[in-house]
Ligand binder design. Sequence first.
Ligand code: FE2
Ligand code: FE2
Length: 503
Amino acid sequence: MTDLRAFRTTILLAVALGCGSKDTDTASDTVDGDADTDTDSDADTDSDTDADSDADTDSDTDADTDADTDLAHSGHTGTTTTASNCVNPQPIADSRGQWSGLVRCADGAVNRATQRSCDPAPPPWSACSQTFGSCSVDADCTAGPNGRCLDVYFGCGCVYSCATDTDCGANEVCLCGGAMPTVTDSWSHCVPANCATDADCASGECGVAVQTDGIGCPNYALVGCRTPTDLCREDGDCVGADQFCTIRPVVFDWRCRTVPPLACGRPLLVDEVPVHAVTTARGDWSTPLGETTEDPELAERWLRIAEMEHASVASFARATLELMALGAPPDLLVETQRAAVDEVEHARLAWGLARRYGAPECGPGPLPLDGAAPRRDRDAIVRGLVWEACVGETVAAAELREGARLAADPALAATLRRIADDEERHAALGWRTLAWLLRDATTQELAAVERELEAAVGELLAGPPETLHRPEHGFVGGVARDRLRARVVERVVRAGWRAIAKT
Ligand SMILES: [Fe+2]
Ligand SMILES: [Fe+2]
């Protein structure tokens, strides 16, 4: 069982230690497909990609390059396909005005019909000019083809562009720059995939999903087979402006997701989608926190965090009922109830911070609870705990601790420290609860939970970049946030799991 003090020490160490190695444990389904590659020189290239990343390429001079003909070729052979649900597919051009290999269906869904060669030009960013980061010169970037050391959001970082899928890893494809209108990155880069083209999928559709933070900031794309059990095809299938239809890394299923804000409490997930009340004008939910300093960006962020903290109250209330249904010991019930009370105060503090940064005095509207009844299925409860607590709250606690350390204003730092103290306790509670739930688990059951944990970790690490980087106000973004997450995953999340699984 995870000891609370040991856990908190571990999480502090993970935050304090230097940058760890980049996590590369992204096990996923194998891409094993045949891709027709039409080059710009009017040559068709047939590439066979197998799990070992071996690629045989042979070219002939088939003089057809127009999109319609290529679309006809995208039917492929060798894989059993059913009638595609993509009606009237239209080719999508890349940044050069040439067909990217992607098509847009009549319902807005985007699929990768075939592979086309992409422009391997690097992104239009400056060469490395900063004194910190993961590289200094291009020669430092040797992890893949076309490596460049550029000024990224925070320091210098290696950027790898691609021309074809053979420039990418075994479970990746090359997405042509400019092909997805919502992708602000204009350069061709490798993205995770479990299919290369439509021919690889039994549904006849190899879909492309783009994750966006909702304010037009850089996105992250995934490519995966559509299946009959998908819950959405495109963003229009999802409810709410902050929801989008995307693919979960590792498991590659299609779900509506909401971008979680930084440092929220335990989310209230309904069918794996976080739900929360909408902020409304009222005067009884914001803790006064000193003189107002107008800052719309920070005010907006704290409003979103407040909504998530408020939803955490319900998340812990539901968890209490679920634990009671499973016969939990009294100490877990006491701590779960106490955590719900903590989250009330976190919500009040967050609305107070929003007000401090210039938002009007406000609080929560009604919380939608449709579908939020206590789960009765033990496996569903374990899955929820893994996503909400063992990964979500654990990492959020570390980000809060780092924000508290960096905040310039002592009063703000004290407020963040207080929330971080609670969140670390909540995360430790999550791990203790998981240990209790799995006390008699079989090897197979433990393996299933580990897969779920890795799915949650994969989504966390592959999520959209955090563009809000204002450490003096307690927000850590960009590469610094990504590195922090990678450290916490390796040194706390995976270490916590090994302690439970005794591996
Ligand atoms: Fe919280
Ligand atoms: Fe919490």
